[in-house]
Design a protein around this ligand. Structure first.
Ligand code: PLP
Length: 414
């Protein structure tokens, strides 16, 4: 199964722009990806033809209702769940705070929640906020040598008092993919819920909430080639049982009871178009594929394989640069456990200086802690500027990697 990267790149108008007369390399994907052309058109079309609030007795409002419904169907196919288990919101952080607040209503003092030092703060702070309801927060440590989760510590932190385990599918800072299945098994054994942060993983591989058997999973559309929309999957029984904070006239049915106020309808129109693009990608790879869900799985699995090759090219090259330290899994045999998000430091240069020198060459990377602050603190690099993060997605190429490596060599030797 091969990706037609040339065709893929032709689908993303931002990739062909030049800044100061030179092409641009987007290695900033973990902070937000570029948007597919159909999604851009869908946003514009929605605003021209359908712009209205929901549930009105006139046609543009009916079109808006249809847009929301088709976004739910699209994300249900993307995640492998039913449409009424898909909640939309401003972003993942806001949805997670809404969920944690609702879960907090049922907690008793001394109930425990397990979070990790590898996670983005959006999967830590909303749970830590429940300390005000008497909850005890337990942190799972990381193995600093390869930035993987300490799975023995995970097993130690989960006990009979655990009510929820909050874990990421993958780290947005260093790219580690977690063994979420093990976390689900440990949590199930004590009757605890599992919340999965799939924001970073979503553009890199297929998601299947049923086989994962988690209770909740969140992602963010702007991280997988769509415009801004937060997405929360919740198992139907939990979305029905828990009491969200909501206004009185808003519907009591799931999933709308979890959706406060008016949605970003044009963003949802864009989400549908992006999911359809990914499905088209799957169909181009495997023309006999029958339905959108299967096409999405094929597309995302092919993306995963392509990105593994990119990781090999990138990491092999990085390790040859003098004074460069890589944070995360470096052994190619273990690349099934990482995304192509690679964190580094360069001796003698702060992460900001490196990102700035790359940015000046039109190579866009991020520097800092990326809100994975427990990790940069644990690694002892928070006060010295954190990390440089090179984040690849399926529209990036080997040629771009070679340009980055050359630039880093120049910076290292300067
Ligand atoms: C792993 C991870 N979780 C959560 C978030 C927060 O997502 P949002 O910006 O949609 O709130 C991010 C954003 O960077 C992230 O990378």
């Amino acid at each position: 199964m091969q990706l037609d990267v040339e065709w893929i790149r032709s689908q993303f108008p931002a990739l062909s722009q030049e800044i100061d007369g030179k092409p641009v390399i987007f290695f900033d994907g973990p902070g937000g990806t570029q948007i597919h052309c159909d999604a851009i058109a869908a946003i514009s079309n929605y605003l021209i033809q359908s712009n209205a609030n929901a549930h009105g007795a006139f046609s543009t409002s009916a079109r808006t209702d249809a847009t929301i419904a088709s976004a739910r169907n699209a994300i249900a196919d993307f995640l492998g769940c039913d449409p009424d288990e898909v909640v939309f919101g401003a972003n993942m952080t806001t949805l997670t705070f809404a969920l944690s607040r609702a879960i907090g209503r049922d907690l008793q003092p001394g109930d425990e929640i397990v979070v990790t030092r590898l996670d983005h703060e959006a999967n830590v702070s909303p749970w830590q906020a429940l300390q005000e309801r008497g909850a005890v927060i337990r942190f799972v440590d990381v193995n600093p040598e390869d930035c993987t989760l300490d799975m023995d510590d995970l097993a130690r932190q989960i006990n009979e008092r655990t009510r929820l385990v909050a874990i990421a599918s993958a780290s947005n800072a260093v790219g580690t993919i977690n063994d979420v299945a093990v976390a689900v098994k440990l949590a199930r054994a004590v009757g605890a819920l599992v919340f999965v942060d799939a924001v970073h993983y979503a553009p890199h591989g297929s998601l299947d909430v049923r086989s994962l058997d988690c209770n909740f999973l969140a992602c963010s559309a702007y991280k997988f080639f769509a415009p801004h929309a937060g997405i929360l999957y919740g198992k139907r029984e939990h979305l029905s049982r828990l009491q969200p904070y909501k206004v009185r006239p808003a519907p009591d049915e799931i999933p709308s009871r979890w959706e406060t106020g008016t949605q970003n309808h044009e963003g949802l129109a864009g989400v549908v178009a992006t999911v359809n693009y990914l499905s088209e990608l799957g169909q181009r790879i495997s023309p006999a594929v029958k339905d959108r869900r299967s096409a999405l799985v094929i597309a995302m699995e092919t993306i995963r394989q392509y990105e593994r090759e990119l990781s090999k090219e990138l990491i092999t090259g990085l390790l040859q640069i003098p004074g460069l330290k890589l944070y995360g899994i470096a052994n190619p045999e273990r690349f099934a456990w990482r995304t192509p998000t690679v964190a580094i430091r360069l001796a003698g240069h702060s992460p900001y200086e490196v990102a700035k020198a790359l940015g000046d060459r039109n190579i866009f990377t991020w520097n800092g802690n990326f809100y994975a602050r427990h990790l940069t603190e644990r690694l002892g690099i928070e006060s010295s500027g954190g990390l440089v993060r090179i984040g690849l997605v399926h529209y990036n190429t080997v040629e771009e990697i070679h340009r980055l490596l050359k630039a880093l060599e120049e910076i290292a030797l300067a």
